[in-house]
Design a protein around this ligand. Structure first.
Ligand code: 1CP
Length: 346
């Protein structure tokens, strides 16, 4: 690189992820691209979610929308965690107002045998969209992502969204052989899917284990951690790896050992306590409660300042929400949070 080209590896986000923080935390929002934006709703009208994900032009435009509007420090690739499953032939669709719905839930060894490895040629539209985005974004980093084996398995076993993940936990304990075979297959798919995005130019990746917080630490360590590690470890040294789940206060230290450079934290735990649990040198991401985005600005401003102060106890901090942007969020509130973070300290 000649030194004159825009270089996302010198961005605030990549620097913070590597424990080289700048003068302020970088900021982006999980689910920043999506239904909270009227310009997103206009573009998506008449196109099914997974069809939109397979259209590089649409993906590029939707991914750029929140970067233009809010001035966030990173883009997150517009897609969904079930896209690579669909790409290897799993019958899965995203139903509006519900989420991923699986045609034939996984219950038997034969269902698992059908989960073949993902190859780059299965997702040419992903490579194309990532390359286009990297050109458009210049110095702004693009975050690629995948679903972690446990969270993907929860959809495949339950057949759709679930509150208690009872079928998933039952399979895990009753049929550990099947469980480990399933998660092994999913880990290979997620690892390859992240690798495709990195090779196309993603500057960081996030592995979403959104529902891992439903597990005890013992179950997490036995049934999940080895498989998340099989996703993240082989990617060491390529780009920063962010690992996130909801309600994972008891799992944070274990999640770090999966090979996370940055651990995402939800709103339940202050970042100073999260950093303490994670141990020396840890980098955290989070953790504004998305349920407060509708609160008075004075309330929100105090929360943002508290989180920034607590984040300073870690080796690095990437500002984010504790989970995704709710669809009914006033997008101007997000812009205002970005402006606050970018303004010199009061
Ligand atoms: O038609 C639509 O607009 C459907 C809504 C929607 C959108 C906009 C879904 C269905 N997925 C997405 C995009 C999406 N999914 C992104 C966009 C990029 C961005 O952040 O801006 C990302 C990162 C995801 C990843 C994803 N999908 C996760 C992990 C992140 C998280 O929120 O925890 C999960 C758990 C899913 C499953 C999923 N897909 C869609 C929904 C509604 C759900 C959740 C369903 C449930 O409650 O179990």
């Amino acid at each position: 690189m000649g030194g004159m080209e825009p270089d996302p590896t010198e961005s605030l986000l990549v620097r913070a992820a590597g424990g080289r923080p700048g003068t302020r935390p970088p900021v982006w929002f999980m689910r920043q691209a999506g239904r909270s934006l009227p310009e997103y709703r206009a573009l998506r009208t008449g196109t099914a979610m997974l069809d939109a994900c397979r259209d590089p032009e649409l993906v590029t435009e939707i991914t750029l929308q929140p970067v233009r509007r809010h001035g966030v420090d990173a883009a997150i690739f517009f897609s969904d965690i079930v896209l690579p499953l669909a790409a290897v032939g799993v019958g899965v669709d995203i139903v509006a107002g519900v989420g991923p719905v699986v045609e034939k839930p996984v219950a038997e060894a034969a269902d698992i045998d059908r989960l073949r490895p993902l190859e780059r040629d299965d997702v040419p539209y992903v490579t194309e969209a990532v390359q286009a985005l990297v050109r458009e974004l210049g110095a702004t980093p693009l975050i690629g992502f995948a679903g972690a084996p446990f969270t993907l398995a929860s959809y495949l076993v339950e057949g759709g969204p679930s509150r208690d993940h009872a079928k998933t936990k039952t399979l895990m304990h009753d049929r550990p052989d099947l469980w480990h075979a399933l998660l092994g297959r999913l880990a290979a798919i997620s690892r390859e899917y992240l690798r495709v995005q990195i090779e196309a130019g993603a500057a960081a990746v996030q592995l979403f284990d959104s529902w891992a917080g439903t597990l005890s630490l013992a179950d997490y360590e036995e049934f999940v951690l080895p498989h998340s590690r099989a996703v993240l470890e082989p990617l060491a040294g390529l780009v920063p790896r962010i690992h996130f789940g909801v309600g994972t206060g008891e799992l944070l230290a274990a999640m770090r050992t999966a090979g996370a450079d940055v651990v995402g934290v939800d709103w339940r735990l202050p970042l100073n306590e999260a950093a303490r649990r994670l141990g020396p040198g840890s980098v955290v991401q989070g953790n504004l409660d998305p349920a407060l985005l509708g609160a008075d600005w004075q309330v929100l401003e105090a929360q943002v300042r508290r989180i920034v102060a607590e984040g300073r106890t870690a080796a690095g901090h990437i500002f984010n929400l504790g989970h995704g942007v709710p669809p009914d969020t006033d997008p101007d509130v997000l812009t205002r949070i970005v402006d606050l973070l970018k303004s010199p300290p009061a």
